[in-house]
Design a protein around this ligand. Structure first.
Ligand SMILES: [Zn+2]
Ligand SMILES: [Zn+2]
Length: 350
């Protein structure tokens, strides 16, 4: 990865700071003027807030007994958005939900994330109720992966979510969180005004800046971050989720990289970004240079996946430039990949 000093990032020594994001003095005084006492103590520990989030969900499951626990036991992957910056109305911004024992974990927050979650609920994936979204992992800070961040913070709060949420991401995720709090200062003040029913903590965020290694572990998942090479971004990550029954690797945005081969190594599901080489050849020279540096072509992915040996390869965050899902799959096949492969569409479940 350009600009990243790998030697100072030791695998297994991921940093995960459990600090709640501070808000500006202006916001604090706004809330104070409204007579609101913030439950900031709920923001201090890195573990789940008692009575909320993962803890509450797990409690509900144990109360439900062994049958429900077994039914919920298998990990599911729900593709909430496959889109790229082109504003294809059929493809929401990039977001993958991994659901384990009733708890959803999101990777990336592209535009439209909360409405796609609501669509998943309508399709029967009840765990993706927006007020149940409390864990998100950001691969990098490109806008197409983060425009949905304020949506995650504020929309479920307006729907009644209580308790803070946890968001992991590269250096800068804390500053982005602080800026969002400042940007929505007036909204927060108005909603917490006594005229509007609202919880006092449903918009709070614990922002965790990650380094390679284990960044989160609970009863459902172990989440590891690994650096990928995304052009000139100094920090971009892929994530590996290990659950009781599956190992899932998400590439994030990356050029072709052996790190994906190492991280997957026979994993259950490899979710990888890709662009059509057929479409690429129609692109102007300056854009070709950009895409070669920042992203992975279908033939390059065929080579990576052949060596990574996933049980299922999922093409994701596809750049088509006039190609189709079938065309992308044909490119992957023509380049010699013989394993199971699908080209994801929004709301697919694996
Ligand atoms: Zn990107
Ligand atoms: Zn992207």
């Amino acid at each position: 990865m350009e600009g990243l000093d790998h030697t100072r990032r030791m695998p297994g020594h991921g940093r995960s700071t459990g600090t709640c994001t501070p808000w500006g003095a202006a916001l604090a005084s706004t809330l104070l003027a409204a007579g609101i006492s913030l439950a900031t103590s709920a923001c201090s520990p890195a573990s789940p807030v008692p009575g909320t989030g993962a803890t509450a969900v797990q409690q509900q499951e144990s109360d439900a007994g062994p049958v429900l626990r077994e039914a919920l036991g298998s990990t599911r992957v729900v593709i909430l958005g496959t889109g790229a910056p082109s504003a294809d109305p059929a493809r929401s911004g990039p977001c993958v939900a991994i659901i384990v024992n009733g708890t959803p974990y999101l990777v990336d927050l592209g535009p439209g994330v909360i409405r796609r979650a609501a669509a998943a609920v309508q399709a029967g994936v009840l765990e993706l109720d927006p007020i149940n979204l409390r864990h998100a992992f950001i691969t990098h800070l490109h806008s197409d992966h983060t425009v949905g961040y304020p949506d995650l913070i504020f929309s479920p709060w307006a729907l009644g979510r209580d308790g803070s949420i946890d968001v992991w991401g590269p250096t800068g995720i804390t500053a982005m969180t602080d800026h969002l709090m400042a940007a929505y200062e007036q909204d927060i003040g108005i909603r917490m005004d006594e005229e509007q029913p609202s919880t006092t903590d449903g918009f709070l965020v614990r922002a965790h800046e990650v380094e390679p290694g284990v960044v989160h572990e609970d009863d459902n998942v172990t989440v590891e971050a690994f650096p990928v090479s995304h052009g000139t971004w100094p920090e971009a990550y892929g994530y590996k989720f290990t659950t009781p029954d599956k190992t899932i690797v998400i590439s994030g945005d990356t050029g072709p990289s052996d790190v994906i081969v190492e991280q997957c190594d026979g994993c259950d599901i490899l979710i990888h970004e890709v662009y059509s080489f057929w479409g690429f050849e129609l692109r102007p020279d300056d854009w070709q240079a950009y895409h070669e540096s920042f992203h992975t072509s279908a033939p390059e992915l065929a080579d990576i996946a052949t060596r990574a040996r996933p049980r299922l390869l999922v093409l994701y965050h596809q750049l088509f430039w006039g190609a189709t899902d079938e065309g992308l799959l044909a490119e992957i096949r023509a380049a010699g990949y013989e394993g199971e492969v699908v080209s994801a569409r929004d709301l697919d479940v694996y």
